[in-house]
Ligand binder design. Sequence first.
Ligand code: ADP
Length: 570
Amino acid sequence: MSTSSETLPTIEELQRELSEKKQHIYALEKANKQLEQRVRSASETAGEPASITELEETLGRLVARIAAILQAEKCIFMLYDQNRSELAASRPAFGFTDDEISKLKVKVTDGVSGQVFRESKPVIIYDAATDDRAVHENVALLNVRNGACVPLIAEKRDEENRVVERNTIGVIHVFNKRYGNIFIEEDINLLERLAKNASAVIQNAQVFREVVEEKQELEHIIESVYAGLMMVHKDRNIMQMNTSARHMFGIKATDVVNKPYYEVIQDRKVKDMIARSLDSDEETAEEIDVVLPDEPDEEHIYQAQSALVKGESGSTVGAAIVFNDITEIRNVERMKTAFVSTVSHELRTPLTSIKGFISTLIDDTEGYYDKATQHEFYTIIDTECDRLVRLISDLLNVSRIEAGRALDLNPSSVTLPPIVEKAVSIQRSYTNKHDLVIDLEDDMPVINADADKIDQIFTNLINNAIKYSPEGGEVRIVGRKGEDGGVQFSIIDQGMGIPESHLPKVFERFHRVDNRDTRKVGGTGIGLYLVKHLVEAHGGKIWVESEYGKGSNFSFTLPKDIPLQQEETK
Ligand code: ADP
């Protein structure tokens, strides 16, 4: 830095200044080496990276040193942002407020920064108020009078330390506001030398930031995946365990990292599995049963799979274990097996009865049975055949829905009371234990619907109300006018009711409440599934309220008209 011409420095002063500067440069090179080492360790999986704050501190010291060496009042880096084609001031800077830093930006085509960046050549600003380039960049607003700006050039070197690539990554500014403290060529040479070191530091810092950000991003992804995930280092300590995995094992603490897995996890199967993977370099899979802390009544089935994590040299660093909740899959499989056996049973019962009565009639060559008894037998055969047809058409409808096709609707103007009365009278003929009561509001509206399907809905719900009230009691069918010319019905029984945990599931296919009471009642678990689809195909809603041991209330609504969408999917 030159001082004003009247006070020319002595040789001793210059020598002292030079030796000070040499020391600063030496310190700077040392800091850079340390930083390089940190970055290297941060890129390695096992290494503990230095924090971003530490890095910023190093960069902060760097700008302060540069300012000190050049006797500048302010020093700032402006880094190239490729996406925006601009140079933006970067933190930390020396002598600038955070607000100034965030506002200092310029397009690469403009200003003094743009020129230095594009041409990769230094520039001295003698007067920020009159220099066009500086005016363009609003340099004077920074309360400075003169400055120097040199490019930040990052060099890539090969193994023999030869420069193989040079990249301009930004510019560095030093400023002074005092009049007379003009920067000269010598300062530029010094600044260029410092800029070389600074570029290396900045580049290292950028790589470091990227590594840290990538690591954080990965941790966030792992943390938020639905499956349980944990990673165990070969030294037996947990490297990571996401929320789902911690929840699965009922672990409240979040600081399980670096703790031995066998102290954190209690499940024997999982512990054995991890030990096997780490000891024998083997990838394993297990099915484990877990009772989640917030669902103590239900057992969840998880499929645990371990995979080995290899380091760059190919040796095992640890193991990653993924836990997938397969409870639903297993339940559906179980339900399907149960369904096949109940359907076989449901098919066999009417067939056995049909075959029995037909054989009896064929064998009666002597005319032992009178006309009335024969008629009774034929009626039973007829009813059982109807039951078979119903069951088979239900099965076909289920497969239709499963295939994603809508149920066929054949809409017409439907007067509801006669449909209810017919369905009730048929169901009444099957029971003498139950009191079937029809309670309909006067002037029930006529709606646009498929009469057969509406009949199917009532038949199914009233039949269930009877089936699941083995002790008898009242079955009440309540009908009221609903919103916008629609209707609402409720089928209320005093039967066995439905346990609360099953309430959300009774409309699922194959779902049956499995207990001592229901086991005696025949069924396939597809009735309510179809009823729900039929109601929804009409644009209505269905729901259930029930008190276990007291009775159930199945309610549904039907609108005045079938919504367009449903009609179109026919
Ligand atoms: P299912 O052929 O088994 O009757 P549904 O789909 O009609 O099949 O009913 C599913 C399950 O819901 C039944 O197995 C039964 O456990 C329960 N359920 C249905 N209706 C009633 C009711 N009115 N009272 C008590 N439980 C019922």
